[in-house]
Design a binder for this molecule. Structure first.
Ligand SMILES: [Cu+2]
Length: 463
């Protein structure tokens, strides 16, 4: 079978998972990440700003040379892990995608050295920045391309503040599709009148890494397989930890092929800016979902309320991992007769999707899917499966989170009487196999004798 997303018969064939699926919980996955240790703040020419914290990422260090902040980016191929169980050959900067966040201050003069270790030429465009035309990084228009093995210098003075990006402007369709991008945050020279206590930043992206493959496919326009915040898919996306009452800013940049409505639970935020800097306060507007358009940056700010609050793209397919499209709709379809026939040919076959797709997460742990492919739904919370993937993570706000501490505080301890509860309905009958307490990671189905499966509960009458 051609393992493409379109014809992969994901929902109703047995293949579901990479084997890591349901056993993974968000916290563990996050803990496996190299610690995003608090970055040493740049030696700032401004006082009183909080350095940004890049989700699952780092800030690019610099050296001062003759009063110029000198940064160095190396474009190269890397092995990137989207979440445990899935890696791909991507292109990025300094060993990662997205590249390190460049952080500086309005008025700084910066020199950015770019070394090209890719197999083809590249450039870097400084997206949204005001600079001399010849520093704008459009290959063939503003400069000669940077050939493999060459190092170029970009040098300009930062005349603005805001949330910006950098990316190639050479073979752009390919180089963006394989992960070449980064954020460029410029703090205002004067301290902000309404300062923030925490400043998060991440990039929004989509990837066509078809099930069973190891390289993003640049030819895909809409039907992507992996949806990421800072090149990580849930549950590997770092949680956003903060303290109750803190003013929190989240900066987002989008170089994907879709506009993404990013929704935050439990708060009303204000949209305070983007590439155009921090807008005057009269232009701020309240919302709970903000579309971050392709090529746009958006910054939202809010005062933290204690709890575990989801933040995610609201396109529901963008909070899934690999899944099939253009497949028959199984909702409401009694598949028992067909399942019986297929079981004869394919021992262990399970029909799924009649009453919904939530069961996929439970089965993903023990039903082998294509290699190097994340289950469609992943992640467990304190109350069960989250049935999410892709562009989803959790803002964790706690009364006792220390200032500047970005470590995961664990799940929220809800005050007594503040959790939704059952008032009516039959006691849930336990399924014959209680998957909720099974440790799927320890199961080895390859040696199971499926002939011993209990067929007595199956309806053979239609055979
Ligand atoms: Cu989206």
């Amino acid at each position: 079978m051609n393992p493409s997303r379109r014809n992969f018969f994901w929902s109703s064939l047995t293949g579901m998972a990479s084997g890591l699926g349901a056993a993974l919980i968000g916290r563990q996955a996050a803990a496996q990440e190299p610690a995003s240790a608090p970055q040493a703040p740049p030696a700032s020419s401004a006082k009183g700003y909080v350095p940004v914290h890049t989700l699952n990422g780092v800030t690019l260090p610099f050296v001062m040379r003759d009063g110029v902040k000198e940064f160095h980016l190396t474009a190269e191929e890397i092995d990137h892990e989207f979440a445990p169980g899935m890696t791909a050959k991507c292109w990025g900067y300094n060993g990662r995608t997205p590249g390190p966040t460049i952080e500086a201050v309005e008025g700084d003069r910066v020199r950015i050295l770019v070394t090209n270790n890719l197999p083809e030429h590249t450039t870097i465009h400084w997206h949204g920045l005001l600079l001399p035309s010849g520093m704008d990084g459009v290959g063939g228009l503003s400069q000669p391309h940077i050939q493999p093995g060459e190092t170029f210098a970009y040098e300009f003075t930062l005349q603005q503040h805001g949330t910006h990006m950098y990316h190639p402007h050479a073979d752009e369709m390919v180089q963006l599709a394989v992960g070449m991008m980064g954020m460029f945050v410029i703090h205002p020279k004067q301290p902000e009148a309404k300062p923030v206590d925490r400043d998060f930043v991440f990039m929004i992206h989509n990837w066509a890494v078809h099930p069973g493959t190891y390289r993003p496919d640049p030819s895909v326009m809409q039907d992507f397989d992996v949806w990421t915040f800072n090149s990580k898919a849930f549950p590997a996306i770092e949680h956003l930890a903060a303290r109750t009452g803190e003013r929190i800013r989240i900066r987002m940049g989008n170089l994907s092929m879709w506009n993404h409505p990013i929704h935050l639970h439990g708060h009303q935020f204000v949209v305070t800016g983007g590439d155009g800097g921090r807008w005057p306060e009269a232009q701020w507007r309240s919302d709970t979902t903000e579309i971050v358009g392709v090529g746009q940056c958006r910054a939202i700010e809010f005062v933290g309320i204690a709890g575990d609050w989801a933040i995610h793209c609201h396109m529901s397919h963008h909070t899934m991992n690999a899944m099939g499209h253009e497949i028959p709709n199984t909702l409401g379809v009694d598949q028992s007769a067909m399942a019986q026939k297929i079981s004869a040919l394919l021992p262990g076959y399970m029909a799924m999707g009649e009453s919904g797709m939530a069961e996929h997460q439970d089965h993903s742990g023990h039903m082998p899917g294509p290699k190097n492919t994340l289950p469609m739904m992943m992640g467990r919370g304190p109350f069960g499966n989250l049935e999410m993937g892709g562009m989803f993570t959790v803002v964790k706000i706690r009364d006792d989170q220390a200032t500047g501490d970005f470590s995961d505080p664990g799940w929220f301890k809800n005050p007594k009487g503040t959790v939704a509860y059952r008032v009516a309905g039959p006691a849930r009958s336990k399924p014959a196999v209680d998957h909720s307490t099974m440790d799927h990671s320890k199961m080895d189905h390859s040696t199971m004798d499926h002939s011993k499966m209990d067929h007595s509960k199956m309806d053979h009458s239609q055979n």
